[in-house]
Structures are given as structure tokens and as C-alpha cells.
Design a protein around this ligand. Structure first.
Ligand code: PGA
Length: 247
């Protein structure tokens, strides 16, 4: 894998449909004007995934899903399967985001099932991990993150590349970020984990949690940071473009 940064925009349940389509079109217009050094993935709300795929079809921007069900089809009211996202051309899927874990009670066992299904698809999973403030305050941040990685089983899967997004739960949407040393240490620990188990080192560790146009250059300069998962700032076109320019 090359050294360019991977920038993933996680739009969550924003914005409303017509605004979302306008934002996609406007981002497309802007990125046409410069040479993108980074790989960009946009994960919009599921209802506008098809529009996103069509808008970016003649660009290097990829489109991803924010989640998926691990079964191909079936009686799972309200869910969208990994196979459906694959069928329309999604190349990435965010899996195990802390908001899925908190509001939809997703645990590592379920996340493992999703990763296993995605392993047999053309979609590359982006596994989210991260500690809570309680875990951080009690000195258990590493243990919490390593447990999520171990129980998701991703380190034993022949995925290439393997993408982990380290997102401290307390940093998401809060405007707070860990110190550069804290980010570096956690990213190095994750990189080491894969190396020490003699697994492929074709791994990217993204940082996520309150990344914005002001802090992105500093975050990207930290050794071991291979990209970013960006929520709020990816919805503000000017900021998002500034982030792309800084990468
Ligand atoms: P944020 O969200 O950039 O708004 O903190 C990041 C995320 O939840 O992936």
C-alpha cells in the first residue's frame, strides 16, 4: 500500500437528502480543480449512496457505507446487507462505529460476523475502535482497544488492506482530541500488534475524533497516522476541502 493518507468522510445521519446531494455535487466540483494526493472515501447516508456513486463515477473518490448487515438477504427489517452495498459499487464500509455500538448495541461478536462477510466481498471494512473516558481515566485505554481488535478477529483475517480507525469515544464530536503523544502511542501499539503476530503489515491506522481543518496537519504529521475518519468537519464543504488540501 502506498503512503498517501486515507481520508474517510462519515456523514452519519446528515444532512437531509436534497442538501446532501448538493453537497456531493459541490465537493465534486471543487476536487476537480486540484490534484488529490490522498485517497478519499465518502460515506453518506444510505439513501443517497446511489447518487454519490453516480456523482463520483468519473473521479478517484470512492463511496462507502456507514454500516451493513452481515447476511446477504433475509428477514431483517430496516437493514441493508453488505451484498447490496457491494452490488451498487460501494468499495468501503465503516464497521463497529461507537455510535453503532452505543445506540444499536453492537458488540464485538456481531462486528466479527460483519467482518467475516466483508472478507468475502469486494468491500474493504474500516473497523472502528476506541476507549471511553472512563477507560482512559482508569489507565485502561490500550486494553480496551486491544480487546476490541482481538474480539473482532480482524487480525486473523486475510484482509488486504486492513484498516483500523482509532476513535476515542470521548473525542468524537466533542472538539477534544488526545495529545500527539497519546495518538502516536496508540497508533504504534496497533501497528505493532499486527507486526508482532507476523500478520501482513498492509495495515492503515486512521485517527478519528474532532479532526478539523485547524488540527489536521498536526495530526497527519504524527508517525503512525495513516489517515483520518472525519465526521462533523466533512459536512462543511470549505473545511473538508481545507482538510484535503492539508493532507
Ligand atoms: P467527528 O466524528 O469528526 O465529528 O468527531 C468522527 C466520527 O464519529 O467518525
Amino acid at each position: 500500500m502506498n503512503n498517501s493518507k486515507l481520508i474517510v468522510a462519515n456523514w452519519k445521519m446528515n444532512p437531509l437528502i436534497s442538501e446532501g446531494i448538493k453537497l456531493l455535487e459541490s465537493i465534486k466540483e471543487d476536487i476537480e480543480n486540484f490534484n488529490l494526493p490522498s485517497k478519499i472515501v465518502i460515506c453518506p447516508p444510505a439513501l443517497i449512496t446511489m447518487q454519490a456513486l453516480s456523482i463520483f463515477s468519473d473521479t478517484s473518490v470512492s463511496v462507502g457505507s456507514q454500516d451493513c448487515h452481515y447476511e446477504e438477504i433475509g428477514a431483517f427489517t430496516g437493514d441493508i446487507s453488505f451484498k447490496m452495498f457491494e452490488e451498487i459499487g460501494c468499495e468501503y464500509a465503516i464497521i463497529g462505529h461507537s455510535e453503532r455500538r452505543a445506540y444499536h448495541f453492537e458488540d464485538n461478536e456481531l462486528i466479527n460476523k460483519k467482518l467475516k462477510s466483508l472478507k468475502n466481498s469486494k468491500i474493504i471494512p474500516i473497523l472502528c475502535v476506541g476507549e471511553s473516558m472512563d477507560e482512559k481515566s482508569s489507565g485502561k485505554a490500550y486494553d480496551a482497544v486491544m480487546k476490541q481488535i482481538d474480539e473482532s478477529g480482524i487480525n486473523f483475517m486475510s484482509l488486504s488492506p486492513k484498516i483500523i480507525a482509532y476513535e476515542p469515544i470521548w473525542a468524537i464530536g466533542s472538539g477534544k482530541t488526545p495529545t500527539s503523544d497519546e495518538i502516536m502511542n496508540m497508533h504504534n501499539k496497533i501497528h505493532q500488534k499486527f507486526k508482532s503476530q507476523n500478520k501482513s503489515d498492509d495495515i492503515k491506522v486512521l485517527y478519528g475524533g474532532s479532526v478539523n481543518a485547524k488540527n489536521v496537519a498536526q495530526i497527519f504529521s504524527i508517525p503512525g497516522v495513516d489517515g483520518a475518519l472525519i465526521g462533523g468537519a466533512s459536512l462543511k464543504k470549505t473545511q473538508f476541502i481545507e482538510i484535503l488540501e492539508a493532507s
